[in-house]
Design a protein around this ligand. Sequence first.
Ligand code: FCB
Length: 451
Amino acid sequence: MDIIAKLGSPFSHADFTIGVATSSFQIEGDGENREKSIWDTFCDTPGKIADNSNGIVACEHVKRWESDLDIIDSLNVDAYRFSISWPRVIRQDGSVNNDGLSFYIALLDRLNEKGIKPYVTLYHWDLPQYLEDEGGWLNRQTAFAFEQYVEVVVKAFGDRVFSYATLNEPFCSAYLGYEVGIHAPGLVGKEFGKKAIHHLLLAHGLGMRVLREHAPTIESGIVLNFTPFYPASNDEKDVVATKLAHDHHNDWYIKPLIHGDYPELIDHIPDHQKPDIHQGDMEIISASIDFLGVNYYTRARVQDNGGEDPYQMPPAEGTETTAMGWEVYPQGLTDLLLQLHRDYELPPIIITENGLASDDEMTSDGHVHDIQRQGYLNTHMNAVAAAMAEGVNITGYFVWSLMDNFEWALGYEKRFGILYVDYDTQKRTLKDSAKYLQTMLAKRKALNNQG
Ligand code: FCB
């Protein structure tokens, strides 16, 4: 049974926000009219991106933004989540790029005209390269540079924004970018990850301060990604390894924000891997937020391997997986939300990303039958509703992604969109999942107008 059409389902209520999401580097293109980001450099480094592609053209969204917003409007969604490109706004010499700002202001104005709520993410991984040249997120000063950038943006945007998120998935910036090196800037070393995340969280806290001062009525928070971990067996060793994985990959990011300290694990890691915490940092980091954004894609099963990095097993034979090779496991989303609710006193949660990549192909008559995506979205929305029924306060759900785009180290090979993008012509086509959402949301509108 369809979640949105279901009377009484939280997804059918007008006050539950349903939207689609993108990020700057993944869709914008127009690489010539901004400073370089760490992702440009990473793309230029041989062997880093699966299809040797880059973000210079991407989905040409800067050129096509007006028709893209028309499509978003046609989907009947309440909200659009997108990110601001820092290197499009602040130049290397520190001056403000007004053309860059004007692009976003026009976009925000149009969204407001159409009655679509703008959910703005201030940092979705595209750090200006000129800051990386000074040490990037390993340099404490980057947090203060972020604070200044946020002030420029927030003052310029005024009341056009509905919701601000400081950072998207700092886990990926810190761990994937500075510890295992599969994301930009590609540093590898256990001594880097936890230092980088501390500066990212500090940037968040400093950014929140600016938001509170200059946008006190706009809801502001942060977006984290979580992987719920499950022991591979009942063996005590696997259970302990699972807890270790959870502490490293989930709790390390949420605990400082909510409780103002890192997990107890911090006492057990070697000194050279510890973050440089200055007095007062944890208070800045744990200042109150109005919402917690949760991104969920899959779960992982953990097996003890005796090491510091417990082994995350591939999906079991026979389980449904996506084109990323990730297990389809909606129960993981319910479990995760219940666990967060149990462990922390949280502000309202918004599911800021959920979706899947599939090997979508256009049929000769111009359709894209992405059946797996429809099923995934439906079961995961139901998983959210199940957590809500257990008392978790969740106020919105965003599909990742509006359109196929640059999937980081995997380039354009993985398609996450509900719109199919033909990269030769830049033509966008509604996949079946988009039509499904469009129809369901039209019914929902009708339902709420009657009520
Ligand atoms: C998330 C990212 C987003 C996209 C999806 C598939 O980790 O926030 O940009 O790449 O994964």
